[in-house]
Design a protein around this ligand. Structure first.
Ligand SMILES: O=C(O)CCC(=O)C(=O)O
Length: 322
């Protein structure tokens, strides 16, 4: 049987687009310079250490972490995503837009943005911008997709799970796999600040799973993302993936940036949570990513034809004629 070649790091954008389409992920080689990687490592490590010292650290990847199994309507075992109280050795650092200019600058990477636009179109939102430091002893994360909430296609005669009732452990999956599937509405980036290997917990990926139209199978066979520091891994929102187990003896630092199409709700709420100094220096592109640009009259606070919303101005309230 002829096996399909798996994506390898390449500086060729057309190859990246093609790998993303056929395998559900691609690697953009040398996306970050060595100097940039080293500055990002330093800022990230300082922030991680400070969050730990000051009691804000969020940890996961404990050996006994309950990632949660559940059975769907048909009795099939489905994986849940993470347990918020898991504990463990891996450290997540959230809301990077507020934690340093270097992190904000990553969002302007033109080649990466070109690949993302190819999937999501001209306008999209930043859904989350965080980091995951996978440490020795951290166990593998359950395979999941990054658009698990997407109501899947269905049949006219089928009773669906109400869209608002979908959660990380309760998906609606019709058994019409292979005929129609949902489009990608999310692209996830993994900026490698250390070289990724099987040993240090390189992201697990199931090549081609983006075209299966369902949530991950319990026994799916995955491969580890392996590439040098400075590479960006781009993952289609439907691809089955998760952090690998770090069985090595060094940290695997990565920045995780997720974009979603503008009609969906981002994971991190930037219109409320972005610090004022970041907003003050934001250009229109960053304001779009952060959700301040009105999309087809959605996201407005006043007139539907306004282009952007702004912070700090009091909305029109109850009025009386003069
Ligand atoms: O850390 C990684 O390699 C991937 C993390 C991931 O899949 C997630 O946070 O959803």
């Amino acid at each position: 049987m002829k096996t399909k070649k798996l994506p390898v790091p390449t500086p060729d954008l057309r190859q990246c687009v093609s790998d993303l389409e056929s395998s559900g992920y691609c690697y953009l080689a040398d996306a970050l310079s060595a100097a940039n990687v080293s500055q990002l490592r330093q800022r990230l490590s300082e922030q991680a250490q400070a969050e730990e010292q000051q009691g804000f650290a969020y940890k996961d990847g404990a050996p006994d972490q309950n990632w949660g199994d559940f059975r769907d309507e048909d009795g099939e075992l489905r994986p849940a995503a993470f347990d918020p109280d898991a504990g463990g050795v891996n450290q997540r650092i959230w809301m990077l837009v507020n934690k340093g200019r270097l992190f904000v600058e990553l969002l302007q990477h033109s080649q990466v943005r070109e690949i993302v636009s190819n999937v999501l179109g001209k306008e999209y939102l930043l859904s989350s911008h965080s980091a995951n430091i996978a440490r020795p002893g951290g166990v593998a994360m359950r395979l999941h997709t990054d658009q698990w909430w997407m109501p899947p296609p269905t049949r006219p005669d089928r009773r669906c799970l109400p869209a608002g009732s979908i959660n990380r452990t309760n998906f609606d999956v019709d058994k019409i796999h292979g005929t129609v599937i949902s489009p990608p509405v999310v692209v996830n980036l993994v900026w490698m600040l250390d070289s990724f290997s099987e040993e240090n917990g390189g992201t697990r990926l199931v090549p081609g799973s983006h075209l299966l139209g369902r949530q991950p199978d319990e026994d799916a066979v995955s491969v580890a993302a392996t590439a040098p520091a400075g590479t960006v891994l781009l993952v289609d929102g439907r691809t089955w993936h998760g952090t690998g187990a770090n069985t090595g003896n060094g940290e695997r630092r990565a920045i995780l940036t997720t974009f979603c199409a503008p009609q969906f709700r981002p994971q991190e709420n930037y219109t409320v949570g972005t610090r004022s100094e970041v907003l003050m220096s934001a250009d229109d592109d960053l304001r779009m990513l952060l959700g301040f640009k009105i999309w087809n009259a959605y996201g407005r606070t006043g007139h539907p034809t306004d282009e952007f919303i702004s912070m700090g101005s009091e909305p029109i309230g109850e009025l009386s004629p003069r």
